[in-house]
Design a protein around this ligand. Structure first.
Ligand code: PLP
Length: 309
């Protein structure tokens, strides 16, 4: 029997190698310009979730930025399954992975100013979810700070594409964390409407009605869509609409969605309690339960178990 390595493996341009050998040139355009797109799914009990949806979104991002990955969606999905599978022995039974595909435009050829590059760099990698670091968010809720930094407008670069350039969101997080070192930023757009956070979509509840910003100005999160589907199943009234800071500050409940968090309640916005500040609120709780049933895995319990770990 082949010996199992204690180093994770990753796929890079046709080969599966130990992570320490999955090296990208300093002339790769993902490094020099953020000229790359990516997508990330997670596992639940070691099984990848909505792989097709994530790969489809990745190929939409690729088409938007006009990168030809030179590999089919089904091949990439297969490689993702393989990389995940080959790393599973390195995490505990109660841990899970993020599984990420990254595709850049490739390496610039020196001398040919910006025009010649070597073809795409394709990577598939996985990392353990930060279950321990994020566990207390499920007990206490997330504190949101709305920074002065605004989400870059869709007219400049569509937030619907998931690119390697996160500086707009990083600037927002830096500002939020300068005010409260555990806060998460949720950005407004140039018109003052709520958009999203660095890796998450925003939802709020008012008078039993669930609301989230329109998909035009945010990444269409796979978890966001899962919540929308759960709301429909539960008969919770739902609307995609413009929401501003007034709506955030007068919400009864709020939560963020993301691949890793699934649904995580928000306890305050700019220091003001959301509702009575207790988390999760009743609608959030119902949605968490439906989400857990849908994925056949109690993600809240998994996070809470890691409080003690
Ligand atoms: N918004 C941004 C900017 C993100 O990077 C992410 C994470 O992928 C999300 C929203 C949430 O999307 P998903 O639920 O697919 O993880």
């Amino acid at each position: 029997m082949a010996q199992l390595s204690n180093e994770r493996v990753a796929y890079i341009n046709g080969k599966v190698v130990p992570e320490s050998q999955a090296l990208v040139s300093f002339r790769d355009r993902s490094f020099t310009y953020g000229d790359a797109v990516f997508d990330t799914t997670r596992t639940f009990a070691h099984k990848m979730f909505k792989v097709k949806e994530h790969i489809d979104r990745l190929y939409r991002s690729l088409r938007y930025v006009q990168i030809d990955p030179g590999i089919s969606p089904s091949e990439l999905a297969k490689i993702s399954e393989e990389v995940c599978e080959r790393n599973l022995h390195l995490i505990g039974k109660d841990e899970d992975y993020w599984v990420t595909q990254r595709i850049s435009r490739g390496v610039d050829v020196p001398g040919d100013e910006f025009t010649a590059h070597s073809g795409p760099t394709v990577i598939v990698e996985c990392r353990p979810l930060p279950l321990k670091a994020r566990a207390k968010l499920f007990r206490d809720g997330i504190r949101i700070v709305v920074p002065s930094v605004r989400r870059a407008p869709a007219q400049s670069f569509s937030p619907r594409a998931k690119s390697h350039n996160y500086l707009n969101l990083i600037m927002a997080d830096l500002e939020a964390r300068s005010q409260d070192k555990e806060a998460w930023a949720v950005l407004l757009d140039l018109d003052g409407n709520v958009t999203e956070g660095m890796g998450s979509n925003y939802f709020m509840v008012q008078d039993g009605r669930l609301m989230t910003p329109r998909a035009k100005n945010v990444l269409p999160g796979i978890s966001r869509q899962t919540v929308i589907d759960m709301a429909a199943k539960l008969g919770i009234p739902f609307e995609e609409r413009d929401l501003d800071q007034y709506d955030m500050l007068t919400a009864d409940e709020a939560f963020l969605t993301s691949t890793s968090l699934c649904i995580c309640p928000v306890s305050s916005v700019n220091g003001a309690k959301v509702g009575d500040g207790k988390v999760p609120g009743p609608v959030t709780q119902k949605l968490c339960k439906a989400y857990s049933e849908f994925v056949n895995f109690d993600f809240v319990a998994q996070y809470l178990r890691h409080l003690k770990a």
